[in-house]
Design a protein around this ligand. Structure first.
Ligand code: G3H
Ligand code: 13P
Ligand code: ZN
Length: 340
């Protein structure tokens, strides 16, 4: 089937009370691994591309590969192509033209400005609402879904002026949804991007009550959890065993993601775990077969490792088995639903 709007996938997940992984891609092997895992487990899936990935992989090339997977290789699997952390309206327009079926406008930070320390300042609530509405006007006119964000995360977003993480205020979240009509909303509940989310040896704590509160107030809005990599110990150990240096990495335990999903999280963003799986597999080949220089000999095992891990994630989030639950909805149809 053609790529579907992300709203369709998340609305269905909301009805069925399960989570859907949104996995970042930068190359063919990552994309194949994600789609193969979705096909094997019969899972709907969100494939997401960051602005850095757009630059790295020639944006049109990535979009074409994702379309091929959805239309030709796995026509029975609902897939959405999503812009992750869209920085500005220009990038949103570009992605809509490229055939993305969803975009995130990360209005929590002003990506157009940097302070003297090189950090992006946070946007005010009013400015976040304004840019999110602008993104929605562009995207909904094409039937494309929109994710907004309220609050700031750590990792790429600890780049703020204060360097502080601001957890989402449920009151603000409710008001933000009311004023913008956003399809999906990223909440800051204490996660951060990357492999170092929590200090080693301390109890992992997230503000899961924020999910309960926002889900109760905005039951139709799909809630999004950024920074959801679990940073599995076996992957980190494998990277380090074969010469890597990723000490003291800690992620969000899978059980905590499952709890978040029970409370209403629907989109689960994961990038770091894929990077670790690839790195571990490649390092292993380079160590055990130093004579290997055919990229297929190390990118192939890396692809297999990513697929194996995503299959587990799809089962853990409850996504497995839901691919055939519903009929596809086209962007044209969604555009009409938005009143366009
Ligand atoms: O949220 C950030 C994602 O991990 C994307 O990272 O900008 O390095 O592609 P990237
Ligand atoms: P991780 O760094 O935990 O994989 O988070 C990725 C993410 O939130 C992408 O938007
Ligand atoms: Zn993110």
């Amino acid at each position: 089937m053609a790529l579907v709007p992300m709203k369709l996938i998340l609305d269905e997940a909301n009805k069925g009370e399960y989570g859907v992984g949104a996995f970042n891609v930068n190359n063919m092997e990552q994309l194949q691994a994600i789609c193969d895992a979705a096909a094997e487990t019969e899972s709907p899936v969100i494939i997401q591309v960051s602005r850095n990935a757009l630059k790295y992989a020639d944006k049109g090339l990535l979009a074409a590969m994702v379309r091929y997977m959805a239309e030709e290789k796995y026509p029975h699997i609902p897939m959405a192509l999503h812009l992750d952390h869209g920085p500005d309206i220009e990038t949103i327009k570009e992605c809509v033209e490229l055939g993305f079926t969803s975009v995130m406008i990360d209005g929590s930070l002003d990506y157009g400005t940097k302070d003297e320390a090189g950090k992006h300042p946070p946007r005010s609530f009013e400015d976040n609402v304004a840019i999110t509405k602008e993104a929605i006007a562009v995207a909904h006119a094409a039937g494309v879904s929109v994710e907004g964000e309220i609050g700031t995360l750590g990792g790429i977003e600890d780049d703020t002026v204060a360097g502080a993480v601001h957890l989402t205020e449920p009151d603000e979240a409710e008001e933000f949804v009311k004023q913008t009509g956003v399809d999906a909303l990223a909440l800051a509940i204490g996660t951060s991007h990357g492999a170092y989310k929590f200090p080693v040896g301390t109890e992992v704590k997230l503000a899961l009550n924020i999910i309960d509160d926002v889900h109760k107030r905005c039951p139709q809005t799909a809630l999004v959890m950024h920074g959801s990599s679990s940073v599995p110990k076996h992957m980190v150990d494998e990277v380090n065993k074969y010469g890597g240096k990723v000490p003291n990495a800690v992620g969000v335990p899978t059980a905590m993601i499952q709890d978040a999903i029970k409370r209403g999280m629907r989109k689960v963003n994961i990038d770091t775990d894929g990077r670790l799986a690839i790195t571990a597999a490649i390092r292993k080949v380079f160590t055990e077969k130093p004579e290997a220089f055919d990229p297929r000999k190390y990118l192939g095992p890396a692809r297999d490792a990513v697929k194996t891990w995503i299959v587990e994630e799809m089962k853990a989030f409850g996504t497995a088995g839901h691919a055939r639950d519903y009929k596809p909805v086209s962007l044209e149809e969604m555009k009409a639903r938005y009143g366009g």
